[in-house]
Ligand binder design. Structure first.
Ligand SMILES: *[C@@H]1O[C@H](CO)[C@@H](O)[C@H](O)[C@H]1NC(C)=O
Ligand SMILES: [Zn+2]
Length: 506
C-alpha cells in the first residue's frame, strides 16, 4: 500500500468511526452535528442540557424554516403556469406526490404510493403490530388555489415526525406512525370529494369508477392511464381495518377568521358541522317586462328574494324562528354556529326584459348541533312555502345532501389542546408576543369537512386548526404566517412526544 492509499484508507475509517459514534451517541441531523459539545467537555448533566438546547435550535430549523421552504416549493408544483392547480392524477399532482415522498423518506419513513395515488410514509415504532396513529391531509388543490390548504397538514406532519426522528426518539414511539398525503379531497376533477381518504376509510361508492370528468374520462381510465389497476378490487383492498388503526389526526388551516380575530395561532376542533343542501325551485309565469301589469304577475324573482332574506333571518335568530320583519346586520346567533348560504341562483329564461318563469337557488345550511340544523331547515321550508302560497308561486324544495355532525374524539381534543397550548406559549415566549388571552387555544367547530370527515368512518379523529390571514382560503391570497407554521409543527411534535415513554418526555 502506497502512502497516499494509506491516507485514503485512514480517512475512510475515520469517517466511518465518526459516523458510528454519531449514530450511537445521539443521532442528530448531520449538518448540525459539528457544534454539538462532546461528552468529555463537561459532566453528564451539563452535556445533556447543552445537547437539549442544541436540539431546540435544531427543531426550529426543521419545524419552521424547512417547513416554510417546503410549502413554498409545493406551492409551485402546478398544472398551470399562471396559478396553482393540482387535481386528481394530473401531472402536477404526480410530481407533488413524488416530492412529498422524498420528504417522507428524509424523515426516516418507509414510503409507498397506493392504488388511489395516496402517498404513505410509515415508521413502525416499538410495536409494529400495534394499531397505527395516522396523520394526514390532502395534496390536491382547487383551481387558482392557495398553497396551504391541505399542504400545511402534510408538511407539518412530516416536519414533526422528522424532528422526532432526528432527536433519536422516533424508535421509542409505542405504535406505528403513518403519514398519508391524500390524492383527492377537493373533488375538482370528478365532482366527487374524498377519493383519497374515502378509499382508506372504505366509504367510496361502488359506482365511483364509472364517474366521468369534463372530458368524459372515467375514474377507472384516469387511474389505468397511469398504470394503477383502477379496478373495484384494487380500491376496496385499500380500506384499512379499524383494528389496525389507533386514530387519525389532521392539521388544517382554519379557512375562517376566528383565530385571527382572537390573535391566536392554533385552535382545536370539537366537531365537524353537519350539513343540509337544498335546491329550491320557484315557478311562476313568464311574461313581457313591459306589458304585464304588476297586479297580474306571477313573478318568482321577488318571491325568491323574499325567501332568501327570510332564510338569512332564520339563521341569524333561529331561536325566534326568524320572525322579525326588519332585517338587521348579521350578528352572532345563539344556535351554535348555525350558518346558511344561498350561493347559487339561476333564472329562466334570464333576460333583462322578461319576467322570469322560474327561479332556482341553492341553500347550504350547517351547524354543530344536528337538532339546530334540522329545526332551521324545517322552519326554512315552512317559510318558503308560505311565501310561495301568498304569491301564487309553485315551489318545490329538494333535499340534495344531508350529513350529520361528526364529533371529534374527546381524548384527542384534550391532548391536542394541551400540545397546542404548549406550542402557543412557546411561540409567544420565543417571539416576544404579549397576550392577555386566558384561553390560548380556543375550541372551534369546523364548517368544512376535511379528510377527517371520511376518516371518522374508520377511526376516532382529532383536528387542529391554524390561523390564516383574513380567514381567506381557496384563493392565491391564502396565507399562513411563518411563525404559525412553526406553531403547528411544535404542537404536533409535542403531541407525539406526549406518547413517548416517560423518561423521554420529561
Ligand atoms: C403489540 O401490539 C399488539 C397489538 O395491539 C399487542 O397484542 C402486543 O401485546 C403488543 N406487544 C407488545 C410487546 O407490547
Ligand atoms: Zn383542505
Amino acid at each position: 500500500m502506497g502512502f497516499s492509499a494509506f491516507l485514503t484508507w485512514t480517512a475512510v475509517w475515520v469517517a466511518i468511526l465518526h459516523q458510528l459514534h454519531q449514530v450511537t451517541a445521539f443521532p442528530l441531523h448531520a449538518a448540525a452535528l459539528n457544534d454539538i459539545p462532546t461528552y468529555s467537555d463537561s459532566t453528564d448533566r451539563e452535556w445533556r442540557m447543552q445537547v437539549d438546547a442544541h436540539v431546540k435550535e435544531h427543531l426550529a430549523t426543521i419545524l419552521r424554516d424547512e417547513a416554510v421552504n417546503r410549502l413554498d416549493k409545493l406551492g409551485k408544483v402546478s398544472d398551470s403556469p399562471e396559478f396553482l392547480q393540482r387535481t386528481f392524477m394530473s401531472p402536477a399532482a404526480l410530481r407533488a406526490g413524488q416530492l412529498i415522498r422524498t420528504w417522507m423518506s428524509d424523515a426516516g419513513l418507509f414510503t409507498w404510493i397506493d392504488d388511489m395515488g395516496n402517498v404513505h410514509g410509515r415508521f413502525d415504532g416499538m410495536n409494529s403490530s400495534a394499531p397505527a396513529l395516522l396523520i394526514g391531509s390532502h395534496m390536491d388543490t382547487v383551481i387558482d388555489a392557495g398553497r396551504y390548504d391541505g399542504a400545511l397538514g402534510v408538511v407539518s406532519a412530516i416536519a414533526a415526525v422528522k424532528a422526532l426522528q432526528k432527536s433519536g426518539r422516533l424508535v421509542d414511539y409505542p405504535r406505528p406512525i403513518e403519514i398519508i398525503a391524500f390524492s383527492d379531497e377537493e373533488g375538482v376533477r370528478f365532482q366527487s370529494t374524498f377519493l383519497g381518504s374515502g378509499a382508506i376509510a372504505g366509504t367510496l361508492s361502488p359506482n365511483l369508477l364509472q364517474v366521468k370528468d369534463k372530458r368524459g374520462v372515467t375514474v377507472s381510465a384516469a387511474l389505468q392511464k397511469l398504470s394503477f389497476p383502477g379496478t373495484k378490487e384494487s380500491l376496496f383492498n385499500l380500506k384499512y381495518e379499524p383494528e389496525s388503526v389507533w386514530g387519525y389526526v389532521e392539521v388544517h388551516i382554519e379557512q375562517g377568521p376566528v383565530l385571527e380575530s382572537k390573535g391566536l395561532p392554533l385552535g382545536v376542533v370539537d366537531a365537524i358541522a353537519g350539513q343540509t343542501r337544498l335546491r329550491v325551485s320557484m315557478k311562476g309565469s313568464a311574461g313581457h317586462a313591459g306589458t304585464v301589469p304588476m297586479a297580474m304577475r306571477k313573478d318568482p324573482m321577488p318571491a325568491a328574494a323574499q325567501a332568501i332574506v327570510a332564510i338569512e333571518e332564520l339563521c341569524i335568530r333561529p331561536q325566534q324562528g326568524g320572525s322579525p320583519a326588519t332585517v338587521s346586520r348579521p350578528t352572532a346567533n345563539k344556535g351554535g354556529a348555525l350558518v346558511c348560504t344561498v350561493g347559487e341562483i339561476a333564472s329562466w329564461p334570464g333576460a333583462s326584459n322578461v319576467i322570469p318563469g322560474e327561479v332556482t337557488f341553492s341553500v347550504d345550511v350547517r351547524a354543530k348541533d344536528d337538532n339546530v340544523r334540522e329545526l332551521a331547515v324545517l322552519n326554512m321550508e315552512l317559510s318558503i312555502h308560505e311565501i310561495c302560497r301568498n304569491r301564487a308561486i309553485a315551489c318545490t324544495i329538494e333535499r340534495k345532501n344531508e350529513a350529520k355532525t361528526v364529533e371529534c374524539d374527546k381524548e384527542l381534543i384534550d391532548r391536542l389542546s394541551v400540545s397546542a397550548t404548549a406550542a402557543t406559549n412557546e411561540l409567544f415566549s420565543l417571539t416576544g408576543v404579549q397576550t392577555t388571552n386566558e384561553e390560548p387555544v380556543p375550541t372551534l367547530s369546523s364548517g368544512a369537512g376535511h379528510d377527517a370527515l371520511a376518516m371518522a368512518q374508520l377511526t376516532k379523529v382529532g383536528i387542529m386548526f391554524v390561523r390564516c390571514t383574513g380567514g381567506i382560503s381557496h384563493s392565491p391570497e391564502e396565507h399562513v404566517l411563518d411563525d404559525d407554521i412553526w406553531a403547528a409543527g411544535l404542537a404536533l411534535h409535542s403531541f407525539l412526544e406526549s406518547d413517548l415513554p416517560a423518561s423521554f418526555s420529561a
